[in-house]
Design a protein around this ligand. Structure first.
Ligand SMILES: Nc1nc2c(c(=O)[nH]1)N[C@H]1C(S)=C(S)[C@@H](COP(=O)(O)OP(=O)(O)OC[C@H]3O[C@@H](n4cnc5c(=O)[nH]c(N)nc54)[C@H](O)[C@@H]3O)O[C@H]1N2
Ligand SMILES: Nc1nc2c(c(=O)[nH]1)N[C@H]1C(S)=C(S)[C@@H](COP(=O)(O)OP(=O)(O)OC[C@H]3O[C@@H](n4cnc5c(=O)[nH]c(N)nc54)[C@H](O)[C@@H]3O)O[C@H]1N2
Ligand code: SF4
Ligand SMILES: [Mo]
Length: 870
């Protein structure tokens, strides 16, 4: 029996501890780590199903130069030479790295050191620019340092939790479960501020469906209310805060309840309820994420939230804090090493004394002396020919940057592109001159920092596959080959960790709260055995001292601007975000058949009345257009959408679909302080797309084929893949996607229906069902036949001898329980709450990610029908 390895989840910034027990070379049993402070043994659906994503499907296993396999030596020499030559010819500012909050701290540190101390430019930016940079800029403005002044324990101690622009139930499910536990145990109140009614609202006491982009008005109105009600803390304000000229006059003018309610388009009574609750509850945590950060006024939005906490003294105390919750597993570690183009290293900026200090510490030959290009500007600079060599690590900008079609042009145009990834073909890597195979989760070795400053180890439990190498190793090898052998002489992650820790402590007289002095001398064994720990203490700023020169925090004067100007050509507003069971560009979660069940296609969600006016029905295809481009989505009617607003998911790529690509739609406009793009608000248009036929394709085994039709989306299913397809012209061309084998076929001319199955050695190898006017059968039974021993022509009936009733869309992915089964159980057994559903049929009793969905289903079934059933 192999021993369990304690590691940290690959995905979100909650940073859950995992206990992984290998069961074979590429298989593992995953459990929550009961000892880990972030999760205490719990895992959400994504963490629970990590085991399904550690196979080698699609992995990049060897360095590739163009489409040819190459040795590490040759590939690394080429990368080093191209970067060296480019710097020699065009200067250091002609090269760039674009890295990721999914690198480990050790990887990140080496990349940052190579660029800022040795190549001599700060042109290293990260996808955290798209994610956390407004929070970083907001913290710096308010506190003088990028400190998250909260911990998860505060959620247990708060009496009120306000979620602003955060779909916590889907994106930080274990934090959400913790909040729900606090509600159940101590009656903590929960308020959600989000234009959409998400599943996060199912367990909330109040939901404010604000007009998008009006959070500044909402929070300034809240501060005005607190001021008027005498809830501000005059002593704290006098002793610990600096307010700019005219700050309070500004707050006291035009921020009354009625004006604010109008600006935010919320009923005044509802707004008053929130304001009263906030004013009455000293222990308040305001947790925020992308609805706040991803705005062209993101930094102001962050500061407006922080202003309220500062002015009411609700900071540095148990259960009272503004809480920027991070997205990626190591977003925070990246901030700590200084991996953003706008920071230098270890919470130091580009002030001359910092450049000098870090330069001395690194013994650096050519220090960067000024901030580098931020992500959106970086790709613009490539398109303008100013960047001639780019190295992308652990991010997929062809999908995830705004105006992604222009980004693809840049990736194509840059004279030399290196991509380090774990996957061979991504929308980004298909443009690469050199592809370098990186170690993935379960193979990587190092540290990550989660949302509440807890540093945990990611430990390997599988051997490196093929020739894959850890990111830190790849970067230091390039550094050495560029001529800096001693500066990059690391043998193991612990060497890098100690150096990073020493830098945080170097000449740090207390001016920087980030100080890992105690880690600077730890031995390799101690690093190996490191337990999760939180830096900066439990309550930063508890003494009212901040990291500014005078020790006082700063209030920032912010003004609401109208961000949502309806334009005739673009009458709708496009909002974008995440699904519960997919991670970003799906290179990993897309491998799991279980996780695919929650949402099998990318939906554009729209209010029913908007849809009706536009002649669009549920399940139709529709094209979403913006000034940047257009893409097709499946329509999902949703009463959680405000009128005039549509929502699309960020996950789908060219690798798995022909449409559903959100990234090409948003404007490349950014916040002036942080450079973070305004992903949540883009003027848009939507129109129905009619197709002559629709259908589906199910294929056994691995499926590299692209399906030649207008609409095709692929999901992993047990034993193969399912494609939903639709298009015009003759659907027969799709038959090219079917494998060779015995063919059985059924045609119904009147409905324009054709059903084809390919059987190989008695087993089902593929099916194609298309119809012009008829209905399509449920896919579930056919998918089940992929793993059946023997099938015959009867498979075309798409129904077994004792066919089960249709389960409906999967709600509980752990136990594969569908909507219809849940509704039936609720009706038949008169179930009244989520635990009762769990007792009756098990749904929601494993990872718990679907509990908000169960609550939603319950809420939609009228109680009378339950009594009728009794
Ligand atoms: N399942 C899953 N979980 C994830 C990820 C994933 O890909 N999948 N990614 C991780 C990462 S990197 C991140 S950054 C986090 C993101 O986590 P979240 O920020 O929770 O996720 P999003 O869906 O991007 O957006 C949050 C909400 O902001 C709302 N919003 C839009 N505009 C406004 C506005 O003007 N005001 C307010 N108040 N709200 C607005 C949206 O309607 C949306 O519901 O999730 C992390 N966790
Ligand atoms: N419209 C819109 N766009 C958005 C957002 C939005 O809300 N709306 N959100 C933004 C946010 S917050 C984020 S964080 C980004 C995320 O966007 P991306 O960072 O582009 O998305 P990922 O799919 O996480 O990309 C990670 C890549 O790294 C690879 N990888 C995984 N592990 C490793 C490793 O250990 N080493 C290496 N070298 N590679 C690895 C994966 O295969 C994948 O190709 O998207 C942003 N884009
Ligand atoms: S909440 Fe889920 S995705 Fe996030 S770290 Fe925990 S298990 Fe992983
Ligand atoms: Mo993110």
């Amino acid at each position: 029996m192999t021993e369990a390895i304690r590691t940290t989840c690959a995905y979100c910034g909650v940073g859950c501890g995992i206990s992984a027990t290998p069961t074979g070379p590429r298989s593992v049993t995953i459990k929550g780590d009961e000892q880990h402070p972030a999760n205490g043994g719990r895992l959400c659906s994504k963490g629970t199903h990590l085991g399904e994503t550690v196979g080698l499907t699609g992995r990049l296993l060897h360095p590739m130069i163009g489409n040819r396999r190459a040795s590490w030596d040759k590939s690394l020499d080429l990368v080093a030479k191209k970067f060296r030559d480019t710097v020699d010819r065009f200067g250091p500012d002609s090269v760039a790295f674009y890295v990721s909050g999914q690198l480990l701290t050790e990887d990140y540190y080496v990349a940052n050191k190579l660029m800022k101390g040795f190549i001599g430019t700060a042109n290293i930016d990260t996808n955290s620019r798209l994610c956390m940079s407004s929070a970083v800029a907001g913290h710096n403005r308010a506190f003088g340092e990028d400190i998250v002044p909260a911990s998860y324990d505060d959620l247990d101690e708060a009496d009120l939790i306000v979620l602003v622009g955060s779909n916590t139930a889907w994106c930080h499910p274990i934090v959400y479960q913790r909040i729900q536990a606090a509600r159940a145990e101590r009656g903590t109140k929960l308020v959600v501020i989000d234009p959409r009614r998400t599943e996060t609202c199912e367990g909330a006491d109040l939901h404010l469906a604000v007009k998008p982009g009006t959070d500044v008005a909402l929070m300034n109105g809240l501060l005005a209310w607190c001021d008027q009600e005498g809830v501000t803390d005059p002593a704290f304000i006098a002793d610990h805060l600096n307010a700019p000229e005219g700050f309070w006059e500004h707050i006291r003018t035009g921020h009354d309840l009625w004006t604010t309610a109008k600006t935010c388009d919320i009923a005044p009574a509802l707004l008053e309820q929130f304001y009263k609750l906030f004013a009455a509850t000293a222990r308040t945590v305001t947790l925020f994420s992308q609805g706040i950060n991803q705005s062209i006024r993101g930094t102001d939005q962050v500061n407006t939230i922080i202003n309220v906490h500062l002015a009411t003294g609700r900071i540095g105390k148990p259960g009272a804090a503004p809480f920027s919750i991070t997205g990626q597993p190591n977003a925070m570690g990246g901030r700590e090493v200084g991996g953003l183009a706008s920071t230098l290293a270890a919470h130091m900026d580009f002030a001359p004394e910092n450049v000098e200090r870090v330069g001395r510490f690194w013994a650096a030959p050519t220090m960067a002396t000024k901030p580098g290009l931020k992500a959106v500007d970086l790709f613009r600079a490539i398109n303008e020919g100013r960047i001639k060599a780019l190295w992308v690590m652990a991010t997929n900008p062809a999908v995830s940057l705004p105006d992604a079609n222009r980004v693809r042009e840049a990736l194509e145009a840059v004279p030399f592109l290196v991509v380090s990834d774990i996957i061979a073909d991504t929308d980004t890597s298909v443009h690469a001159d050199v592809r370098l195979p990186a170690a993935g989760w379960g193979e990587k070795d190092g540290t990550v920092t989660n949302s509440d400053r807890t540093i945990s180890r990611q430990r390997p439990f599988m051997a490196l596959p093929g020739e894959a190498k850890p990111d830190w190793w790849i970067i230091k090898e390039v550094g050495r080959r560029m001529g800096w052998r001693n500066a990059f002489a690391y043998d193991r992650p612990a060497d890098i960790w100690r150096e990073h820790a020493r830098l945080t402590a170097y000449q740090n007289d207390g001016a920087r709260l980030l100080n890992l002095r105690a880690q600077a001398t730890i031995g390799n064994d101690a690093y190996e055995a490191m337990e999760p720990f939180r830096w900066g203490g439990d309550k930063p700023f508890a003494d009212g001292r901040f990291s500014t020169p005078d020790g006082k925090a700063r209030l920032v004067l912010t003004k609401q601007m109208d961000l949502q100007e309806p334009l005739q050509q673009w009458p709708m507003t496009l909002n974008t975000g995440r699904y519960r069971d997919q991670w970003h560009t799906m290179t990993r979660t897309g491998l799991s058949a279980k996780l695919a069940r929650h949402r099998e296609e990318p939906l554009v969600e729209i209010h029913a009345e908007d849809a009706q006016e536009l002649g669009i029905a549920d399940g139709d295809l529709a094209q979403v257009s913006t000034a940047q481009g257009n893409s097709i989505f499946r329509v999902g009617l949703s009463d959680g959408q405000r009128r005039g607003e549509i929502f699309t998911p960020i996950h789908w790529t060219d690798q798995i679909s022909t449409g559903g690509r959100t990234g090409l739609l948003p404007r490349p406009l950014v916040d002036p302080h942080s450079g973070q793009p305004g992903f949540k608000l883009t003027p848009a248009r939507i129109e129905k797309v009619a197709t002559e036929w629709k259908g589906f394709l199910i294929l056994r085994g691995e499926q590299p084929a692209r399906v030649p039709c207008l609409w095709a989306t692929k999901v992993t299913v047990p034993g193969g893949a399912l494609y939903e397809v639709a298009g015009n012209g003759d659907p027969a061309r799709l038959e090219a996607c079917l494998p060779k084998g015995d063919r059985v076929e059924a045609v119904d001319v009147s409905r324009g229906t054709r059903r084809v199955a390919i059987i190989k050695d008695g087993k089902l190898a593929g099916v194609l069902f298309v119809t012009r006017t008829g209905l399509l059968p449920s896919r579930d039974w056919l998918i089940g036949q992929l793993e059946a021993e023997e099938v015959g022509a009867s498979v075309l009936a798409a129904r077994g001898p004792s066919s089960q009733p249709d389960k409906g869309p999967t709600i509980c992915v752990c136990f594969d329980i569908g909507l219809n089964q849940i509704v039936a159980a609720i009706r038949d057994q008169s179930l009244v709450d989520v635990p009762a559903i769990g007792k009756a049929i098990g749904a929601g009793t494993n990872c718990g990610s679907c509990r908000p969905a169960l609550a939603n289903i319950l809420a939609q079934i009228p109680q009378e029908t339950l009594h009728a059933a009794e």
